[in-house]
Structures are given as C-alpha cells and as structure tokens.
Design a protein around this ligand. Structure first.
Ligand code: NAD
Ligand code: UDP
Length: 313
C-alpha cells in the first residue's frame, strides 16, 4: 500500500493539466505529469518541478507507457481549434491511440481513469442547453471533426473498456474553460480578445457575434474533475462540467473592453466553418452526483486572467 495516491496526469503541462497537477500535489498526491509539449509548456509547471512529489516525463501518449499508478486523468490533446486543426491526423491519433494506450495502462495496473471529453461531442446542438442524454449534431468530415469525432471515439473506448474489462472509468464533458495558463496564441476567444484589448488592437468578432458560449473559470472546473474522480465505481458519467452562465461573443468582447479599459474597435471577420451557434451546459447531473456547481462568475474570473495575459505583452 502506498502512503500517497500515485496519479498520472497526461497533458499535465497544458492549461487545465497544470492546474490539476498543482491541485493534486497540494492534496498530498504523488503526481506524474506526462506531456510531449505539443501545446503545453514547462513554464506552466515551473513552480512544481522541484517538488518531491511531482515528476515530469516527456512522452507522447500515442506510444505505450509503462508506469505504476492508482489513478489516471487523461487530458492529453490540443484543445483550441487552431492547435487541433494544425495537424488533424495527430489530433485523431492522440484521442484514439492515446486513449487506447491509457486504457490499456489502467487495465494492467487496475487504475481508475478519467477522460477529459468535451462539449464538442454535441457538435452544433439542436437542443439547448445540452444534457448528457443529447446525442449531438456533429459533422464527421469537417475541419472540427478530428477533434469532435476523436473525442466521441474516445468516449466509446472508455465505455467499451468498462463493459468488456470492467474498468473503473469516468468521463467529464468539459465546456469552454478559461483562466491563467491558457496558451497565449491558442486563438480561442478569451485569449484573443484579452490580448487584443491589452495591445489596443481591434477586437476580431467572428460572424455577427450573436453566437453564444458559456465560460467556466479554471478553479471551478478542476474542482469538478477531482470530485468526479473521487466518486464511487458505479458513477461513470458522462457528466457535463461547465458554467451555465451564457454570453454572446459580442457581450464577451464588451465585458473585456470594459475590464481592461481598452479603446479598441470591433472588427467583423467571417464565422469559421461549423462554428456552433450556441453552447450551454445543463449541469443538473453534476449537481446531483457531485454536489458541484461553479462558484466564479465571468466578471470575477476575467480579472486574474487579464493579469496573467499582461505577461505576454
Ligand atoms: P492544452 O492544449 O493547454 O493542453 C493539452 C496538453 O496535452 C498540452 O500540454 C499538450 O502538450 C499535451 N499533449 C498533446 N498531445 C499529446 C500527446 N500526444 N502526448 C502527450 N501530451 C500531449 O489544452 P487544455 O485546455 O488544457 O485541455 C486539456 C484537455 O481538456 C484536452 O483533452 C481538451 O480536449 C479538454 N477540454 C478542454 C476545454 C477547455 O476549454 N480548455 C474544453 C473541453 C475539453
Ligand atoms: N471567436 C471570435 N473571435 C475570435 C476568436 C473566436 O469571435 O478572435 C468566436 C468563435 O467564432 C466562436 C467563439 O468565439 O463562435 C468561441 O471560439 P473558441 O475558438 O474560443 O472556442 P469554440 O467554443 O468555438 O471551440
């Protein structure tokens, strides 16, 4: 028996992974962070490197990994459209081969395994807000498909390993999350708008700006992931994790301009192909199963995020 829980976080040097590693180390766990630095960076975990219960391994999870752990959080996968469309074949690979490798590892060492899935499994949703029972409206051959279908296939694998090998699996469907440690050039709306505002450059509003998203602050999301991992074996999910506060992208631009005091103008650019019109989580299940709901509204989560982005000016 090990005194400390040994936890593997794949994608641990990324935005969410670095916050998760920090939280788990703080909770007294022995954390192994595995990352190939495709979009993550050592800068995100520099404060953890010398910690005796933190270990960093450079590794691509598309290749097998032999380690001994009690729990696995599988986060490895580029998350922003610019990054995951840069090498779409690799995106499908990390979602499918990566999941198979991590599930195989979980099976061998009898570890619990949690998958970071996504609201993108709902595609451009035809019901609103989206409950977990909604099966989605995903284009299988569009520019976002490598990510959306990759994540859907990963969910299939998780539930097949459950049925076939009785694995203890957990699937979280994560909705748009933001906060410090986001990649400055990930092209996502929060990072784009904040950097444009701080640099006094035009704010690029895609389409008419009436499409909506809901934005979850990173500390809330991490709390949800940890709670889900700590549920009983019978709880598998999928469970939506996100903040149901819904904003149009235009409203987000205006809020960021107000908080930064920016005098930027808004310029319109074409809406990217397959851009979902609206997205908002139904988090009833997370409330029932995990007693979880987000605590940080957009107006409170944006100021520390803006401070973080000042480092990149
Ligand atoms: P991120 O790009 O910052 O982090 C992903 C990490 O995975 C990076 O450190 C990257 O280097 C690493 N990685 C990529 N391919 C790898 C490979 N083959 N082997 C090992 N490491 C690899 O993204 P994030 O925002 O932190 O997202 C983390 C996870 O959460 C992803 O699986 C993503 O799909 C999911 N998710 C995130 C959001 C969000 O809003 N941030 C929303 C839904 C789902
Ligand atoms: N968006 C925008 N301007 C930008 C970046 C994004 O108007 O500079 C819009 C984008 O078209 C989408 C929303 O903001 O409707 C969220 O985009 P993001 O890439 O952050 O994530 P998505 O939820 O689409 O994966």
């Amino acid at each position: 028996m090990h005194l400390r829980k040994r936890i593997l976080v794949t994608g641990g040097a990324g935005f969410l992974g670095s916050h998760l590693c920090r939280r788990l180390v703080k909770d007294g766990c022995d954390v192994l962070c595995v990352d190939n630095f495709y979009t993550g960076t050592k800068r995100n975990i520099v404060d953890l490197i010398d910690h005796p219960y933190f270990e960093l391994m450079r590794h691509d999870i598309c290749f097998p990994l032999y380690v001994e752990v009690d729990e696995i959080y599988n986060l490895a996968c580029p998350a922003s459209p610019i990054h995951y469309q840069n090498d779409p074949v690799q995106t499908t690979k990390v979602n499918v081969h990566g999941a198979i490798n991590m599930l195989g590892l979980a099976k061998r060492v009898k570890a619990k395994i949690l998958q970071a899935s996504t609201s993108e499994v709902y595609g451009d949703p035809s019901i609103h807000p989206q409950p977990e029972s909604y099966r989605g409206n995903v284009n299988p051959i569009g520019p976002r498909s490598c990510y959306d279908e990759g994540k859907r296939c990963a969910e299939t694998l998780f539930f097949d390993y459950r049925r076939q090998h009785d694995l203890n699996v957990k699937v979280a469907r994560i909705f748009n999350t933001y906060g410090p440690a986001m990649h400055p050039n990930d092209g996502r709306v929060v990072s784009n708008f904040i950097l444009q505002a701080l640099r006094g450059r035009p704010i690029t509003l895609f389409g008419d700006g009436n499409q909506s998203r809901s934005f979850c602050y990173v500390s809330d999301l991490i709390e949800g992931l940890v709670r889900l991992m700590n549920t009983e074996d019978t709880v598998t999910g999928p469970v939506n994790l996100g903040n149901p506060g819904e904003f149009t992208i235009r409203a987000l631009a205006e809020t960021i301009m107000e908080l930064t005091g920016a005098g930027s103008e808004i310029v319109h650019e074409p809406l990217p192909e397959d851009d979902p019109r609206q997205r908002c989580p139904d988090i009833t299940l997370a409330g029932d199963l995990l007693g979880w709901q987000p605590a940080v509204p957009l107006k409170e989560g944006l100021p520390p995020t803006i401070e973080y982005f000042r480092n990149f000016l």
